[in-house]
Design a protein around this ligand. Structure first.
Ligand SMILES: Cc1cc2nc3c(=O)[nH]c(=O)nc-3n(C[C@H](O)[C@H](O)[C@H](O)COP(=O)(O)OP(=O)(O)OC[C@H]3O[C@@H](n4cnc5c(N)ncnc54)[C@H](O)[C@@H]3O)c2cc1C
Length: 386
């Protein structure tokens, strides 16, 4: 199995040679930091000025990492991936919402996506908690501050939106992944999702998965506690390393508290692998959703499945990568009959800028994704040219 992810013919069978060339060009720009700088510093400013930057983003980084502006624009990608046994998870990205009306609209959109997921045989849906309520309120709740009457009423609305989404998803038999966000809002998210798991994860499979960021040094203890205290319901966890490292470190420094992030990449990797071992040792009560582009972690999951005699198609273990990344893992796993999905972000270019900045930053960091992606893309191009 140790060479499974090397097969680039399988990895890129859905890509035309021209698309592979374009991806190589794009990832090369990201490595040089060029696109990252444009995205991080100037994009919103250019958009406000009405400069025609949208088409440039759409033809480059957006096309690499996003499915399209609407669900119908994504339908070709969804069908092609499905033919390779890879399920799409539609992710309608909108960040920085503020009014109750915005949150109600976002809530309605989630229900529509769940319905469409059911109709199009997509077993999962995903959402970002702060798209259903104010970031400031999640932050206040996370730090156990007393809420005023207005905030109490808004928090009640958040709980109601969560509950109705999970109730509907359970009815439709669509599983829900709840994204993890910044440290300062995560306590409130964790508490709320746990409450919902108790309510809706009552059968043999989890319908709700909370996301656990293993770049946080306190998460093994957190997982352990949940497993030990677990009552009569199933736990569902989506494991990630974490996407907000620089911001978290900066925030901790500015506000003079201990950084929640592991000191080194190695410590994060050890945490991730430790979490996998812990969950597999408790698989009778836990469903695992492995969300990573790290080959070693994915190989470790295969090893664990083998050790615990878990079938490739068992519903208790899922693999997932982001659209535009880690195709060597996604398509080689699906070919072997494992459960695999891709998160497929969609929506107008403007909405997706914070998401694209995170992807560009993580791909530009030294030792990050880009070398991996470039290595495989170039290998495939060479193979096709020979
Ligand atoms: C399907 C999917 C869903 C995701 N959902 C979320 C989500 O809900 N919330 C979220 O926060 N992220 C999410 N992510 C992003 C994820 O957290 C990672 O940023 C990304 O996947 C890169 O990590 P990796 O495991 O793929 O691989 P790797 O490339 O092996 O790991 C890179 C990661 O390691 C960590 N790291 C790097 N350098 C250091 C260092 N010096 N010290 C400590 N740690 C370091 C960082 O987390 C960095 O992102 C998701 C990713 C996927 C694939």
């Amino acid at each position: 199995m140790q060479n499974l992810f090397q097969n680039t013919e399988v990895a890129y069978s859905l890509k035309k040679t021209s698309q592979i060339r374009k991806s190589i060009f794009l990832f090369s720009l990201i490595t040089k930091g060029f696109l990252v700088k444009i995205l991080s510093n100037a994009t919103l400013f250019f958009l406000k000025l009405g400069l025609p930057i949208k088409w440039l983003l759409k033809a480059t980084i957006y096309e690499q990492f996003c499915g399209g502006a609407s669900i119908s624009e994504c339908s070709g990608i969804i069908k092609r991936m499905k033919k390779k046994n890879v399920f799409s998870i539609l992710d309608y990205s909108i960040e920085s919402l503020e009014t109750e009306k915005d949150f109600d609209n976002a809530f309605e959109k989630k229900l529509t996506i769940i319905k469409l997921s059911k109709e199009n045989d997509m077993p999962f849906s995903v959402f970002k908690p702060t798209s259903l309520g104010s970031y400031k309120l999640f932050k206040k709740k996370s730090s156990n501050e007393i809420l005023n009457d207005n905030e109490k009423s808004n928090w009640f609305n958040i709980e109601k939106r969560f509950d109705r989404i999970f109730e509907y998803a359970r009815k439709m038999k669509v599983k829900i992944l709840v994204d993890a966000e910044e440290y300062e809002v995560q306590n409130a998210i964790d508490e709320l999702v746990l409450k919902m798991m108790k309510r809706y994860n009552t059968g043999n499979e989890a319908y709700i998965y909370n996301t656990v960021q293993l770049y946080r040094w306190d998460r093994i203890e957190y997982l352990n506690k949940l497993i030990v205290d677990r009552g009569n319901f199933r736990l569902g966890f989506k494991l990630v390393r974490g996407a907000y490292m620089e911001k978290e470190r900066q925030q901790a420094k500015e506000n003079d508290y201990q950084s929640p992030i592991c000191k080194t990449k190695e410590a994060t990797d050890n945490n991730f692998n430790e979490a996998l071992r812990l969950l597999f040792n408790n698989i009778e009560g836990v469903d695992i959703f492995v969300a990573s582009h790290n080959e070693h972690s994915n190989y470790l999951v295969l090893e664990m499945m083998n050790k615990h005699s878990i079938e490739n198609k068992s519903n208790n273990v899922w693999f997932c990568q982001l659209y535009g990344m880690g195709d060597n893992i996604t398509f080689n796993l699906s070919k072997k009959g494992y459960n695999v999905a891709k998160i497929l972000p969609f929506g107008p270019v403007k909405n997706l800028i914070p998401y694209l900045i995170r992807r560009a930053q993580e791909n530009s960091s030294v030792g990050g994704q880009t070398n991996r992606e470039l290595k495989y893309l170039k290998k495939e191009l060479l193979r096709r040219n020979n």
